[in-house]
Design a protein around this ligand. Structure first.
Ligand SMILES: Cc1cc2nc3c(=O)[nH]c(=O)nc-3n(C[C@H](O)[C@H](O)[C@H](O)COP(=O)(O)OP(=O)(O)OC[C@H]3O[C@@H](n4cnc5c(N)ncnc54)[C@H](O)[C@@H]3O)c2cc1C
Length: 505
């Protein structure tokens, strides 16, 4: 017989949405446990950049920015129209826009310090709040708060199966290392906050494509367990084919000093003040280590003429496509971005950045030379460049020669010809890399209503079952920066409130 434990609320997953849900439920007086399959809390939330977009926050007020949730709701639609033709979940979008001011205020009250807000078009006002020193701050402060109000947190506890009695979800079976299965009973309800399925090749293959299934996830623990457990009870996934991903620079071998700063409220408050009043050059140095580490190379590089070569010096794909899936199948799954002197000069100053945190700062070629020497290769000839990259020089020279002379599309089996793009011929030559294909996250969440209850195929709430964050994305598009974290914390808090108030459930 499995051991049984009883609670009011069981939260499955200890990332941003799960911790927010647990705190909200415990604040209503519920006995709450968080089951987290990893040895540590955090999930994708802790790996993220940490940007959250919101209106009517203390930061906006301090900067004299007059803004409203209604305007935010309208601007989110503009983002969606830029990126996709599919419809958003307007009811949930309204829930998000209306609750974001409260969410950011709440995070601030727990000790999260925000730099900004900064601008991002087509937001009509600056709305991007940047957590200092990064997303770790959320988990640090949420975990402290959860523990201080008596939330039980069990790590190394992987939920396996939801338990149902008389049509109502009443608990969950979970595994612990070396132990027999354990049952956590939930008198009021279970909240699924297990994140996305970017690390589940089977789900990615079925819902997206084989190429995406083969690309590595940023978070190897995002295995879609919440979606899977709910599907077993008749739930459905919306926007299952949507994902974020592409080529990114590999992480530095040693984390930067910024990423090691403890995210304590007072230290970050001082840092924030310093950043607000320091000369731009100092602010720039502060953010560069971070900018050149976690962000993707701009797609404009390829439009302007840069090419991708693999570690044996071959071109292998049409670089102009948004996601170059072939990258995953190259030797060691890596490639380099090749530029000549003319392109290098162009990408050394505004408006041609190599990577950016929008509205915050921009990184140019020189910033990579200063901050990421491990990614930076230079040679006065292609042969010298190849030696710096550790690849066959004759092969690299032949690849560039073939590219430069291929005006028409004469090689249908291989990568497309150069076409209208400029030749790569002016020394010195540069290579940035390695880059690798990553799937950041998938957007397929369970269908939920405005009370965050999980819906079945006929859009009826499954009693006792709630979902939040990526697991409960409910058909929201969340385009632009800072809306995924916004949804994780907002939906988590709301699910924690609704689960403790059974009216209408
Ligand atoms: C590189 C990167 C940068 C990003 N930057 C931003 C940004 O700046 N702004 C923004 O808005 N969004 C950003 N995002 C997206 C954002 O981080 C996520 O959408 C958000 O963190 C999801 O939160 P969550 O709580 O739903 O999931 P998670 O934070 O992933 O938490 C899920 C937790 O559930 C646990 N779990 C899973 N299965 C089980 C199980 N069976 N039993 C127990 N526990 C389980 C996992 O281990 C994990 O800890 C970024 C994502 C990436 C990858």
């Amino acid at each position: 017989m499995a051991e049984e434990r009883g609670y009011d609320v069981v939260v499955i997953g200890g990332g941003g949405s799960g911790l927010a849900a647990a705190i909200a439920a415990a604040d209503q007086g519920a006995g709450v446990i968080v089951l987290e399959k990893n040895p540590v809390l955090g999930g994708t939330t802790a790996l993220s950049v940490g940007v959250i977009s919101a209106t009517r926050t203390p930061n906006q007020t301090r900067m004299g920015i007059v803004d409203s949730p209604e305007a935010h709701y309208e601007d989110m639609e503009l983002f969606s129209k830029i990126y996709t033709s599919r419809a958003d979940n307007d009811a949930l979008r309204r829930v998000l826009a209306e609750n974001l001011p409260d969410t950011v205020q709440w995070l601030s009250s727990l000790g999260v310090e925000f730099f900004g807000p900064t601008e991002e078009s087509p937001h009509r006002k600056p709305r991007m709040h940047n957590a200092l020193p990064g997303a770790r701050s959320y988990i640090y402060h949420l975990q402290r708060r959860a523990k201080s109000i008596g939330v039980q947190i069990l790590t190394n506890a992987r939920a396996r199966r939801l338990l149902v009695s008389d049509g109502r979800v009443v608990g969950v079976e979970f595994d612990q290392p070396g132990g027999a299965g354990t049952v956590a009973r939930a008198a009021r309800g279970v909240i699924l906050t297990t994140g996305d399925y970017s690390a589940n090749p089977d789900m990615k293959r079925e819902l997206i494509s084989a190429a995406v299934a083969d690309a590595a996830p940023v978070n190897p623990n995002s295995t879609g367990d919440g979606q899977r457990m709910a599907l077993e009870l008749g739930a459905k996934i919306l926007n299952g084919d949507m994902f974020h991903g592409g080529a990114r620079f590999v992480a530095p071998a040693k984390p930067s000093w910024i990423s090691k700063l403890p995210p304590s409220r007072w230290l970050m408050r001082l840092t924030n003040l310093a950043l607000r009043y320091a000369p731009t050059s100092i602010v720039r140095r502060f953010v560069m280590g971070f900018l050149t580490s976690v962000l993707v190379p701009s797609h404009n590089l390829f439009g302007a003429g840069a090419i991708l070569v693999n570690k044996v010096g071959e071109r292998f794909a049409d670089e102009s496509r948004k996601t170059v899936f072939e990258l995953a199948y190259q030797p060691d799954g890596i490639a380099y971005i090749l530029l000549d002197g003319e392109l290098a000069e162009k990408f050394s100053k505004a408006p041609h950045e190599i990577s950016t945190a929008p509205g915050f700062a921009y990184a140019y070629l020189g910033d990579y030379e200063k901050n990421r020497l491990d990614l930076f290769h230079k040679g006065s000839t292609l042969e010298e460049l190849a030696r710096s990259m550790g690849i066959d020089s004759a092969k690299l020279a032949a690849t560039v020669e073939k590219y430069n002379t291929s005006d028409a599309d004469d090689a249908p089996a291989g990568p497309p010809a150069r076409g209208q793009r400029p030749r790569l011929r002016s020394p010195p030559f540069y290579a940035l890399g390695p880059v690798r294909n990553y799937i950041n996250f998938t957007d397929g969440g369970l269908a939920v209503n405005e009370r965050l209850q999980v819906l079945d195929a006929q859009d009826r709430a499954i009693p006792g079952l709630y979902a939040a964050g990526s697991a409960g994305q409910g058909g929201l598009l969340l385009k632009g920066h800072g809306h995924h974290l916004g949804w994780a914390f907002t939906s988590g808090r709301l699910a924690g409130k609704y689960v403790t108030n059974r009216a209408g459930v």
